[in-house]
Design a binder for this molecule. Structure first.
Ligand code: TMO
Length: 325
């Protein structure tokens, strides 16, 4: 009797071992970190940290990778980055469409936030150049915006993200020259300096952002955006050149993922599709860092603590695999 059971037991043990091993292998695949792409403006950075904490809460590990908006596409396509939390229509629509078409990335849903990215000026500039915000007024007042670098033309202070503004200046025959700030910090330093001296300034800005909560100002009203503006020279104001229009006035804001994400980290992807920020929510994240001087992490932790019910509602019940702290 005793010797008869033994082989069966042995088989049973071996069988169990095999099952255990294969389920362990599965978990190891799951434990591969999700790579979140960090760009270089505040709300995106805080939102990335918030998302990381939510993913960790459902049991995934997360790492970050610093990528400019220009470099992110190749990384996302090759699986060297898996998630980008803020893809803005005004600056990124063209690449977004191309990458979706090629199949390297997938759409993980649209935030409620309505966005705009455009040339912007503080309200007191209206007193100096009353034709604004109409773009045609820019040339009447170009001299007001002149700097040593751009003389005799006006300066447009751009950031490191936007679409070809040199081409826009050429197509709309603007007496301006682009100076590109290397980072958003430089934009805000120049803005503060101009405001202090009540000097004319026109620079790249976007909404939602902290700026609207602190300074009154407006976007320059360029000819309405149309996709043909970027592909058909004969379209619009200038029949010979592209880019004779502004950015979308009511732009979308999307989340995107590497195409393999739903297979590799299904619960994280499901949750990602639910994460949804409004204009006010994003502007507040930026305000907490740029004005209240919290770190990106601190601002993320604060938001998570203040909005526990909301972010927990984004996690589908079948995905709550880790015991909540
Ligand atoms: C991508 N950005 C919000 C800086 O325009």
């Amino acid at each position: 009797m005793h010797s008869k059971i033994k082989p069966t037991l042995l088989l049973f043990l071996v069988f169990n071992l095999l099952i255990l091993n294969s389920s362990q292998a599965k978990e190891i695949t799951n434990d591969e970190p999700i790579i979140i792409v960090l760009n270089d403006w505040t709300s995106q950075l805080v939102l990335s940290h918030i998302t990381a904490e939510i993913f960790k809460n459902i049991g995934y590990s997360v790492v970050f990778t610093d990528k400019s908006t220009g470099d992110q596409w190749g990384a996302l396509q090759r699986g060297l980055g898996h998630v980008q939390m803020e893809v803005w229509q005004g600056t990124m629509e063209k690449m977004y469409n191309r990458m979706i078409h090629e199949g390297g990335i997938i759409d993980a849903g649209t935030h409620d936030a309505i966005t705009r990215e455009e040339w912007w000026f503080p309200d007191y500039v209206l007193d100096l150049c009353p034709g604004l915000p109409d773009w045609r007024a820019l040339n009447d007042c170009a001299h007001l915006f002149e700097t040593k670098e751009t003389s005799p033309r006006g300066r447009y202070l751009g950031g490191p993200w936007e679409k070809p503004d040199g081409a826009k200046i050429r197509a709309l025959k603007l007496n301006f020259k682009v100076v590109s700030a290397k980072s958003s910090d430089v934009l805000w330093q120049e803005l503060d300096k101009a405001i202090l001296n009540k000097q004319a300034i026109v620079l790249f800005n976007w909404t939602p952002n902290w700026v609207e909560a602190k300074y009154k100002g407006q976007f320059v009203d360029f000819p309405d955006y149309h996709p043909d503006c970027e592909t058909k020279p004969e379209w619009g104001e200038n029949k010979r050149f592209l880019h004779d229009c502004g950015n979308a006035k009511k732009g979308w804001l999307k989340k995107i993922a590497w195409h393999q994400m739903p297979v590799k980290w299904p619960c994280a992807f499901k949750t990602l599709t639910k994460i949804n920020f409004s204009n006010t929510m994003l502007a507040n994240l930026a305000y907490d860092v740029d004005i209240n001087k919290l770190s990106y992490q601190q601002a993320a932790k604060k938001w998570l603590a203040d909005n526990e019910q909301k972010w927990k509602s984004w996690i589908s019940p079948s995905c709550q695999i880790k015991i909540m702290k």
